[in-house]
Design a protein around this ligand. Structure first.
Ligand SMILES: [Fe+2]
Ligand SMILES: [Fe+2]
Length: 315
């Protein structure tokens, strides 16, 4: 099996508490791993330190336990926030770890070519680095990662597919690729500014809650507008990411190419990512079926759906 274990830096383990939600391995050889803790164990710091002193830089988490690890890392972010009230380099490291863990999780679905994993990791990290340099963006990104880690995960996933679809759509247009990928990483940032009982992708939410949630594109765009130097295309993309190609989306009911291209790409990436992960549906769809359902949905730009088909080599 390809990449069955995800490397996690030893750093965040030292901050974990309570019973583990996942198994922990050390790497013994190219493909040999040994389990040092099992899910349910309490982490023994002494044993952990012994490995770190011996020069172990990573522990390994089996792929099926990655979501649990992401949840635990979000808990660490929460601890950091509570203990010193500010986000520091510790928080940045944990966020990086959560981000790369999501990447591995997406690649484990075998929809994408594994060769692009490394390149894409670099691209996504550069988006995260950009967010770190934008003082008010980063705390809100962290807030999502620690309070609503499903949304953070969703943003990273959408960013991955947005980057790839933008590249398939117009391979030499780096501005388009970068703007779409970055906007995707922060597109639901408006949710961190709403007081909600549920997240955007939850089931069984009442009417009032839906009304509130539908404010998140405006909230997000208003928030970004206040940031010095935020490119207008990023703001427009965040504002328009729920617009439909048929004019039936929200909040502005824009139609066709009145919607900025990165927002049309993000809309497809978002829908595809949730179809294949089973996000809003009970069951996860195979990529070909997910693509097919997008071709039938008039809310999506057919040219962008064609780019997705090209990317998946299903066109
Ligand atoms: Fe959204
Ligand atoms: Fe979203």
């Amino acid at each position: 099996m390809d990449r069955p274990y995800f490397p996690a830096r030893t750093f965040s383990f030292q901050k974990l508490s309570g019973p583990l939600g996942f198994d922990v391995y050390v790497k013994l050889g190219a493909t040999k791993y040994a389990k040092i803790f099992a899910a349910g164990d309490i982490l023994e710091l002494e044993r952990l330190s012994a490995y770190i002193l011996k020069g172990t830089e990573h522990f390994y988490i089996p792929q099926e336990h990655q979501r649990a690890f992401i949840g635990a890392a979000s808990g660490v972010l929460d601890q950091i926030a509570k203990s010193n009230g500010v986000y520091d380099s510790d928080a940045e490291q944990v966020l990086d770890e959560v981000t790369s863990s999501v990447l591995t999780d997406v690649f484990s679905q075998n929809v994408l070519n594994t060769e692009s994993h490394k390149t894409l990791s670099t691209v996504i990290s550069s988006y995260v680095d950009l967010a770190k340099r934008q003082p008010s963006v980063f705390p809100n990104l962290l807030k999502l990662a620690r309070k609503q880690d499903a949304i953070y995960r969703h943003q990273v996933t959408t960013s991955i597919f947005s980057t790839l679809i933008a590249r398939a759509y117009d391979p030499n247009n780096l501005d388009l690729i970068y703007a779409t990928g970055y906007a995707a990483l922060i597109h639901d940032i408006g949710i961190s500014l709403l007081s909600l009982n549920h997240d955007e992708h939850a089931m069984n939410i009442d009417k009032n809650e839906i009304k509130k949630i539908r404010m998140h594109p405006n909230k997000g765009a208003d928030f970004l507008r206040k940031i010095n130097g935020m490119p207008p295309i990023i703001i427009a993309t965040v504002l328009q990411h729920h617009e439909g190609f048929d004019g039936l989306g929200y909040p502005l009911n824009l139609k066709g190419d009145k919607i900025v291209l990165p927002a049309r790409i993000l809309h497809v990436a978002d829908a595809f990512a949730s179809h294949i992960s089973g996000g809003r549906n009970a069951i996860a769809l195979p990529p070909a079926m997910a693509l097919h359902s997008l071709t039938l949905d008039r809310g999506h730009d057919p040219a962008v759906v064609t780019a997705l088909a090209k990317l998946l080599k299903l066109g």
